[in-house]
Design a binder for this molecule. Structure first.
Ligand SMILES: [Zn+2]
Length: 259
């Protein structure tokens, strides 16, 4: 038995050195082996990426993925983050017109989030966990630095969010350029508010969305569009903080159409 095995091995070695493989240099054989191992290792990832690309052909899913899944500050993994308690919104240096606009917007939000356990409210400054600042663009840099963020030299507004270790949003600031026209200010308020509520990404899929952005073109929406409302309801009814891609996808398949 042992001898037979030995003989077989011997034969295979001889065959190995035979004509067919004899002319392939050893280094090239090694290269093939490395390439084969790399291909096998990369295959699931490449397949996964291809699968995700195909799913993005559904514009609503593409929108949901682009807007909700972003790396949380300090991380690289794209995750959902959201408020776990009701945002209590206060205005800083708003005109009477700004205040009326935000009050109506917050009432709409409260309606959209009915049944989610969250009810956004407009409150006095001291009781707030979410401030909306109106400031001229010349003050943006100093304001950002005062709030502990990097200076921002361009843009019509910006937002900052603070999160807990569990990735719940616990505080937010939205800054709106006070030197813009009334319509522009309203669009910026809706846009930054949407971001600070967890719709963190910009998306070019739906032009009427509050988070629409395409290149330099920002959103002009002065209200949450039907898809924004649907996404806010979905986020606050069916998702949790720190949900990752697979959890978002599973919830989308189960609940999106009914949201
Ligand atoms: Zn944006």
């Amino acid at each position: 038995m042992f001898r037979a095995l030995h003989a077989a091995l011997g034969r295979s070695r001889k065959w190995g050195r035979g004509r067919k493989w004899g002319r392939v240099p050893k280094w090239r054989m090694r290269l093939y082996a490395v390439a084969a191992i790399a291909a096998v290792a990369v295959a699931p990832f490449a397949l996964n990426q291809a699968y995700r690309e195909v799913l993005r052909l559904d514009p609503e899913w593409r929108f949901v993925e682009e807007v909700l899944l972003r790396p949380a500050s300090g991380g690289t993994e794209p995750l959902v983050i959201r408020w776990a308690t009701s945002p209590r919104i206060a205005l800083v240096e708003a005109t009477a017109e700004d205040e009326a606009f935000v009050r109506a917007l917050v009432a709409t939000l409260d309606e959209v989030l009915e049944g989610s356990g969250l009810s956004p409210r407009l409150v006095e400054g001291g009781k707030s966990n979410f401030q909306v600042y109106f400031a001229t663009r010349a003050r943006f840099d100093r304001l950002a630095v005062n709030l502990g963020a990097d200076p921002l030299t361009s843009g019509t507004g910006f937002y900052l969010i603070w999160r807990s270790e569990r990735l719940d949003i616990v505080a937010a600031v939205a800054v709106v350029g006070a030197d813009s026209s009334a319509a522009q200010r309203q669009a910026v308020i809706v846009h930054q508010l949407a971001h600070a509520l967890g719709l963190r990404g910009d998306s070019a899929v739906f032009p009427d969305s509050a988070v629409f952005t395409q290149g330099d073109r920002g959103s002009t929406a002065t209200a949450f569009s039907p898809i924004d409302r649907k996404l806010l309801r979905f986020l606050y009814t069916h998702l949790g903080s720190a949900n990752e891609w697979s959890e978002l996808r599973a919830a989308y398949r189960r609940y999106w159409d009914a949201s």
